[in-house]
Write a protein that binds this ligand. Sequence first.
Ligand SMILES: NC(=O)c1ccc[n+]([C@@H]2O[C@H](COP(=O)([O-])OP(=O)(O)OC[C@H]3O[C@@H](n4cnc5c(N)ncnc54)[C@H](O)[C@@H]3O)[C@@H](O)[C@H]2O)c1
Length: 310
Amino acid sequence: MPRLAGKTAIVVGAGQSPGEGMGNGRATALLFAREGAKVLAVDHRMESAQETTALVTREGGTCVPFAADVTKEAALKAAVAEAMKLWSRIDVLHNNVGVSLAGGDASPTEITEEAFDRVNAINLRGTIMACKHVIPIMRKQQSGSIINISSVAALSANYPTVAYKTTKAGMIAFTEQIACQNAEYGVRANAILPGLMNTPMAVDTRAREWGKPRAEVEAARNARVPLRKRMGTGWDVAYAALFLASDEANFITGIGLLRAIVCSVRALIQMVSMYEITGTPYDQAPSLGRAGVLQSGNARRMEEALWISG
Ligand SMILES: NC(=O)c1ccc[n+]([C@@H]2O[C@H](COP(=O)([O-])OP(=O)(O)OC[C@H]3O[C@@H](n4cnc5c(N)ncnc54)[C@H](O)[C@@H]3O)[C@@H](O)[C@H]2O)c1
């Protein structure tokens, strides 16, 4: 049976930035649909959401495009209303939208107010506002899975730009909060912290910004990845999201899956176990999940353990 049979999902940021290959959001929308979910593909670029929809429908899946800018709460509210109008329930909310250099991000000594506010409104506030409108519905259903796409940038002490890092760190804090506050309603919330991925957003945007050939940016990023010296792809993030969206993750809430580039379901289970070993405070954990609440100290230890295991 498909892993998301009978479920409905909103993927926010289901289009993709211009460039080669497949973005995380588009791959996730496709995979969710392949696994039986009906997908609302939300993006501020309607043509990009429509491209994703066309890919899904070509494979026989169900997908509806919807135009919404995540910096506008009313647009997110309308997207949620559309999903309810279509399918009367929302099982999965996947918050994929994220910008860095494209939003004008810069180092702590160069960032402007405008750029910081823009990146914050897109990355963090957009996620919060989408959740604001979905959580009451999931509470009523007594079920639901929220997946927030953060980044290892959140945990990297020496990350070069400031708005991306701090908003992605904020997403982890927010995920912990909603996991705790909604556990009693059967609503799960987890974050994925992808490492270096070979997506148009990450590679083509940098090639454009830095005036370098794509191949050069790609090679430099590949060289930094311990596992096979090769970046992950949108599919690696999508499979981690599929696991969290599915009932296989029924007892998992409040965690951050680190470095999705090395994740397989087996690796995810290992990570959860490692997380338990590293001293999760069970008394503070939401009643729903044994995985507990991600704390930054634990996250670091888990990350180290993961590299050792890898
Ligand atoms: N690629 C990597 O190396 C990497 C690493 C860590 C985390 N991530 C995270 O993965 C996520 C997405 O990656 P991707 O490859 O799918 O990127 P992408 O740019 O291809 O997809 C994001 C989508 O969001 C849409 N979008 C942008 N601003 C929007 C707005 N204001 N309102 C609505 N939609 C908007 C874009 O049109 C695009 O279709 C981001 O959150 C990113 O931070 C990526």
